[in-house]
Design a protein around this ligand. Structure first.
Ligand SMILES: NC(=O)c1ccc[n+]([C@@H]2O[C@H](COP(=O)([O-])OP(=O)(O)OC[C@H]3O[C@@H](n4cnc5c(N)ncnc54)[C@H](O)[C@@H]3O)[C@@H](O)[C@H]2O)c1
Length: 259
């Protein structure tokens, strides 16, 4: 299938690698124009090069997600390049795992800042941009649906040893998702979250020890992590008009980790 996101202007944060990169590629393959945000190295530029080599429209943004200023800057990149934004994917993320009694204030703050504050700030920026037009379109009838897709985790649904900061941020993101769905539904803005499980730079180290890997994989009904490419179609679905009646939901795309 192709063309499900034709001409949609999409922001994907943390799209230089892993799940975000697969989502950016899947969006582009469906006809979207993509702002590839990534703050680390030249990941955003390499991703944009890869997207453009397929004929897609893409532009890089290097602002570190986690502040109102960077959220406004990512939005400005989209408006400058594409004139508007239709879909926001809040995907950028880091881990700073440590048992709760050993966790430093810096480790706590870093994870809360990127995941929770970053998601809030980027959502706030696009919704401030959308509100006036969305109100007029709703009043006129048959408004277009705009989409926010947040990224949570099994940690944010059932907790995880060594991840107080991450679980708190990811559960907070579930709270943002449900609250925004209620605040913004009247403007035809859908807000959903995906809880993925995929092998990426974030998760590969977790399987280095064979004994630990065996125990970890036994928690998945399907016995394995997905690939980023297996996760991305769920994002396409939630970004497309096929999901216009779905809002406030958390979709686990995780090989049966959370059942
Ligand atoms: N991989 C999994 O199994 C899994 C499970 C649950 C949730 N998640 C979530 O999915 C998202 C993507 O994870 P991933 O596995 O692809 O990780 P990854 O480490 O492969 O990719 C994350 C990307 O985000 C970028 N990034 C980090 N901090 C940033 C910041 N402040 N601003 C902009 N870019 C930043 C990194 O440079 C990297 O390219 C994260 O939110 C993560 O918490 C992943």
């Amino acid at each position: 299938m192709s063309g499900r996101l034709t001409d949609k202007a999409c922001i994907v944060t943390g799209a230089g690698a892993g799940i975000g990169l697969a989502v950016a590629k899947a969006f582009a393959a469906e006809g979207a124009r993509v702002v590839v945000n990534d703050a680390v190295g030249d990941a955003a530029d390499s991703a944009v090069e890869a997207l453009r080599s397929t004929g897609a429209e893409a532009v890089a943004n290097h602002d570190p997600i986690g502040s109102v200023a960077s959220a406004d800057a990512v939005l400005a990149t989209a408006i400058e390049a594409f004139g508007d934004v239709d879909v926001l994917v809040n995907n950028a993320g880091i881990l700073r795992d440590r048992m709760m009694h050993k966790m430093s204030e810096e480790e706590w703050d870093a994870v809360i800042e990127v995941h929770l504050k970053g998601t809030w700030a980027c959502g706030r920026a696009v919704v401030r941009h959308w509100r006036d037009a969305a109100k007029q379109e709703v009043d006129a009838g048959n408004p277009p649906h705009r989409k926010i897709i947040n990224v949570t985790s099994a940690s944010g649904l059932i907790g995880s040893v060594g991840q107080s900061n991450y679980a708190a941020a990811k559960m907070g993101i579930v709270g943002l998702t449900k609250t925004w769905a209620k605040e913004l539904g009247g403007l035809a803005i859908n807000v959903n979250a995906i809880a993925p499980a995929a092998l990426t730079a974030m998760t590969e180290p977790l399987l280095e020890d064979p004994a630990i890997a065996k125990r970890r994989l036994a928690r998945f009904a399907l016995g394995r992590y997905g690939t980023p490419e297996e996760i991305a179609p769920a994002f396409v679905f939630l970004a497309s008009d096929e999901s216009n009646i779905i809002t406030g939901q958390v979709l686990c795309v995780d090989g049966g980790l959370v059942i």
